[in-house]
Write a protein that binds this ligand. Structure first.
Ligand code: UTP
Length: 407
């Protein structure tokens, strides 16, 4: 893109300020900035001016989960079905590790965080240890696809290489990068991260499938005969991955997606809740739940919207390929590093603008059937989002110890 073309595009979207330092840049830096301007989708940025209108829900109704009692009764049959699929190589796993983990506040990728106390125990290591349980049970390796972003890819890849993949078979580990989106101030103006670089942020975890495809890994998935992908977050250290019982239940119930869920600890707990939206599976965010929905009861007298998602989904690949439509845009307040008016870099302590994301939870609504599969909260849900307090390193450590992990 030439400078004139860049100016034209920037004028169209009211972003001319990003050329403020253009004349100070070297020829190479100028070319890089022009290429970044060309590659950036600026048409989405003005959406921050009417962000309340972005995600409008349809008519919501409850969706019953498969609860622990039923799972316990059918456990052996589900597990046998799941193990058969895993042994046949039909199940892969996708680790979503492209996030910035800004709430935790570490400069390293979240998976590199050491949760050990008397020894080193990294988040990535916890996850691989959990997956190894299944590898041993099935006597079969599971392909593991790791999504990173421009911001953390190199650190993630070298860390796992240096630690010899924590004993995982490296032939079965595949990295791919997600796309980036521009990050803006509250007026939708793109921040500069450096004089010749727009501030960017990973474009949300909803882009995982497209990024997997862009990286050419869908061909590998087809070649290897992988039919199911268990997508999970990096920050739940008790995450059970490719859990044979969950896989078997989703297959036996003829669902195209399964979602692990936990019973909510309180009606207003801040988790997304499984439900039906216009008759199709969906996830309603905690702030979208009305008082009436929070107090609604099912036929057993239990809360009707009682099961929260924990970012552990099992997708049937074929349906994802066929049904993938554009996901809605979410605009989220974040701390975004930027240059102040004097051109000095600032790393803000508080949120100072917006990032633009698509979310995996919106994919559920594109699927025709979903099995919400209850798991025991204290055994499978120990998220690390914050430094202290709720969903923190401290709370996750306590849960790891409760589950017999030496720290
Ligand atoms: P979060 O919603 O907790 O976001 O991600 P985050 O960026 O990691 O953390 P904060 O909000 O800045 O503190 C949930 C999961 O989705 C992944 C994360 O790595 C985590 O596993 N994720 C999130 C991505 O892979 N890409 C993204 O763009 C965002």
């Amino acid at each position: 893109m030439t400078l004139a073309e860049a100016k034209e595009k920037l004028t169209k979207y009211g972003q001319e300020h990003v050329l403020k330092y253009y004349n100070e840049l070297s020829g190479e830096e100028q070319q890089e900035l022009l290429a970044q301007i060309e590659a950036t989708d600026m048409s989405i940025l003005s959406a921050c001016k009417h962000k309340e209108d972005l995600v409008k829900k349809g008519v919501l109704s409850p969706l019953a989960a498969m609860e622990l009692e039923e799972i316990e009764q059918c456990k052996d049959g589900f597990t046998a079905t799941g193990l058969e699929a895993i042994k046949a190589g039909k199940v892969g796993a996708v680790l979503l590790a492209g996030g910035m983990g800004t709430r935790l506040g570490s400069d390293n990728p979240k998976g590199m965080y050491n949760v050990g106390i008397t020894r080193e125990l990294y988040i990535f290591e916890c996850l691989i240890n959990n997956l190894m349980d299944v590898v041993r049970q099935a006597d079969s390796w599971v392909h593991l696809f790791v999504m990173t972003s421009d911001k953390n890819n190199d650190a993630t890849v070298s860390f796992l290489q240096e630690h010899d993949y924590f004993g995982y078979n490296k032939e079965y580990v595949h990295f791919f990068k997600q796309e980036m989106a521009a990050a803006t101030d509250y007026e939708g103006k793109i921040y500069l991260e450096e004089k010749g670089k727009l501030s960017t942020s990973p474009n949300g975890n909803g882009g995982w499938f497209i990024s997997l495809q862009t990286a050419g890994l869908l061909d590998l998935i087809h070649d290897k005969g992988i039919e199911w992908l268990n997508v999970f977050s990096v920050d739940n250290v008790l995450q059970r991955i490719a859990d044979p019982c969950f896989v078997g239940a989703t297959i036996q119930k003829n669902c195209v997606v399964g979602s692990k869920v936990v019973r909510k600890s309180a009606p207003d707990e801040k988790v997304g809740v499984m439900c039906l939206e216009d008759g199709k599976p969906s996830i309603v965010e905690y702030y979208e739940l009305t008082d009436e929905m929070m107090n609604a009861k099912d036929e057993k007298g239990d809360p009707a919207y009682n099961f929260g998602v924990i970012l552990n989904y099992l997708f049937h690949v074929k349906e994802v390929e066929e049904l993938m439509a554009n996901l809605p845009l979410h605009i989220v307040e974040k701390k975004i590093p930027y240059l102040d008016e004097n051109g000095n870099p600032v790393k803000p302590e508080e949120p100072n603008g917006y990032k633009f994301e698509s979310l995996i939870l919106d994919m559920i609504h594109q699927m025709d059937s979903c099995l919400p599969f209850e798991v025991v909260r204290n055994r499978e849900f120990a998220p690390i989002k914050n430094k202290t307090g709720v969903d923190s390193v401290e709370s996750a450590r306590a849960l790891l110890q409760e589950n017999g992990v030496t720290l």
